[in-house]
Design a protein around this ligand. Sequence first.
Ligand SMILES: [Zn+2]
Length: 376
Amino acid sequence: MSDRFSFSVAATDGRARTGTIQTPRGDIRTPAFMPVGTAATVKAMLPESVAATGADILLGNTYHLMLRPGAERVSRLGGLHRFMNWQRPILTDSGGFQVMSLAGLRKLTEEGVTFASHVDGSKHFLSPETSMEIQRQLGSDIVMAFDECPALPATEEEVAKSMRMSMRWAQRSRDAFGDRPGHALFGIMQGGVTRELREESAEALKAIGFEGYAIGGLAVGEGQEAMFGVLDYAPGFLPQDKPRYLMGVGKPDDIVGAVQRGVDMMDCVLPSRSGRTGQAWTRRGQVNIKNARHADDPRPLDAECTCPACTGYSRAYLHHVFRSGEMISGMLLTWHNLHYFQELMQGMRDAIAGGRLDAFVADFHAQRAGGDIAPL
Ligand SMILES: [Zn+2]
């Protein structure tokens, strides 16, 4: 284990890379998928179960944790790792995105954002400086710079103005972060779907200097084609020797396409959220376990999957517990979904290392095109 934060690329295949992020709390194999533990829990999962799916790192949400239970309280209780019993690395977002999507009564100025909590209406203020302080109190290993993601639809002029303020905030985040060996600060590229703005943003971030770089402002409803359009050039604006993180992505085919375009890290609530709504993600695509076709089906969700849901239970059982509102339904489907996402990442890491990512991706799409197994 390293006592500092570092990143090394072990192999490349086309624009895709595989490697390792080293941190004092353990290694992160890349490309990496980070399950989301919004309120200091990956819903319906014990931390050891999340680790068993193959996750090296979790994401925690600054916005949620600062409101409840409060970052100072988490700090007094020994930090987020100890509080939630997850000893591996944790990345926290800056809170900016969720202030824009969840909070009420926002007031945005150059200084920061004043907002009302969606929990109890109380007034709060987030700025680059307060976000760095809250993420320090949480004890996160990878801290995200405080930025603004403009609400869509936005004109190019609005996107440019917002991006330039985010770059000023990136400098303030860097200054406030200070010298914290073993911890990393990531800058966030903005600029919407405009190539020149993305390049300007990347240059501004590189001039400041970060341990890693996120591609922000995507996966916000622009669609896969537009997102891949940006990913065709944007990762190339960032340093080769630093990790690249695509925030909030995504569906399995989004993840595969992003990795092909040079992304090293991703996060999404999709596998855990879907697990609680009866949606399973498999190598054959999506399976809706609510569907009546599964009621008498003794076969597993995926006969090749080694997760507890697939090795111990039938589709009929998974259908029954979902329909009955039993808690084990969300537990089993979340475990399966996280297992599938992590297995997909391992498959891509192996394929990149072996120089056969194209064949892996062709097989990935072919299996999904075949669809779910036929009803009995
Ligand atoms: Zn499974």
